[in-house]
Design a protein around this ligand. Structure first.
Ligand SMILES: [Zn+2]
Length: 361
């Protein structure tokens, strides 16, 4: 098998930033073999109004005319059920991202995951309109409360809140984003245990490329691999890989590719969390699926399952090209530099080789 047609590949968790960084990385979505990109709203200030989302999508489209961009709001007190209903009716957004306050890049405006009740009127509207709730599933660290929450258990401690949301809004589509632990994988299986063969799941998890490779030893001392949620233990990584190749429709790809300028990664204080995988996104996933002997499951993971969950079909794409995985070696550079820019990005797996590239037909 040296060529595999992957269809309309989709990455359901993408950070493209703003300003010069956006100009540099928006075109790399397609270079990485991705046709549909689901765009995160954690800009400064966060995306909470229709006009700014429309403008952001226009800007991205100009930079990458063949990529289909799906847009999101940032869940905050600035949103109202009326704004959300209007944005849904006008097809401006496909979902809303929820960040617990303070857990990752530009999340200061986020919400308190101990109590979502203030947002229930918004979830009501989302459920009715078929919008997707995207959860950054971590509780903020707290060392003095007796709860002892830290980067290794922050996701585990969030899981009861996920179960409660699903119970309170059984028809709401919910994604536990960038799931990193065996506990989270088990929770998603459990929430879907009564799913009938042709029934569509309501609660799913997205999995990144880098968490399929990394464990705690890979980021302790290596800022390129440092991201939130952090990569966990070997048994967690195994659980994620098993979930990715399981053929279950409630696990699909969302890279959480998060570019930072090299100066923010190579500093002795305040290293930014985020791994940049966009330019080789499908190649990374293919590499690990290949190693697991599961390339036959790749198309489901990177196109079919996510597109079904988000109700995407060919009629909604700006470009109908299909992605083909090709057995062709590619070497990842040490640093990605761009012409006419001082910005540099450290890619995931610098100076390593991938066995697979992508083409478009
Ligand atoms: Zn993210």
């Amino acid at each position: 098998m040296s060529r595999i047609e992957l269809g309309h590949t989709a990455d359901y968790h993408v950070h493209l930033r703003q300003g010069e960084m956006m100009e540099l990385v928006a075109p790399t979505v397609r270079e990485g073999g991705v046709s549909i990109a689901y765009i995160m709203p954690n800009l400064t200030p966060p995306l909470t109004d229709i006009d700014r989302v429309v403008q952001y999508q226009k800007d991205l489209q100009k930079l990458a005319p063949k990529t289909t961009f799906l847009m999101t709001f940032y869940l905050s007190k600035l949103l109202t059920p009326e704004i959300v209903a209007k944005a849904a009716d006008e097809n401006v957004i496909r979902g809303i991202k929820c960040y617990p306050a303070g857990v990752t890049t530009n999340s200061q405006a986020g919400v308190d995951p101990n109590d979502f009740s203030a947002f229930y009127p918004i979830f009501e509207v989302m459920q009715e309109k078929g919008l997707v709730l995207n959860l950054h599933g971590e509780k903020p660290s707290s060392h003095d409360s007796g709860e002892d929450i830290h980067v290794l258990n922050a996701e585990l401690k969030f899981l009861p809140a996920l179960a409660k949301l699903h119970k309170d809004f059984p028809e709401l589509k919910i994604v536990l984003e960038h799931c990193t632990s065996k506990a989270a994988v088990d929770a998603i299986h459990e929430l879907n245990k009564d799913l009938k063969p042709n029934e569509e799941p309501k609660v799913v998890a997205s999995l990144t490329a880098h968490h399929l490779f990394l464990t705690i030893d890979d980021w302790a001392g290596n800022p390129v691999n440092f991201c939130k949620p952090v990569a966990k233990l070997p048994e967690d990584r195994r659980a994620l890989l098993n979930a990715a190749v399981s053929g279950k429709p409630y696990f699909f790809f969302g890279s959480d590719s998060a570019p930072h300028d090299l100066s923010k990664k190579s500093t002795h204080v305040g290293v930014c969390a985020g791994v940049y995988t966009q330019r080789y996104a499908i190649g990374y996933v293919a590499e690990i699926f290949d190693k697991a002997g599961k390339l036959d499951k790749l198309k489901d993971f990177v196109s079919t399952f996510g597109n079904t969950f988000y109700c995407m079909d060919e009629s909604k794409l700006v470009c109908k090209d299909k992605c083909v995985l090709v057995k062709k070696e590619v070497e990842i550079p040490d640093v990605i530099a761009f012409d006419d820019s001082k910005l540099k990005i450290a890619p995931f797996k610098p100076v390593e080789k991938l066995s697979w590239s992508t083409e478009w037909i």
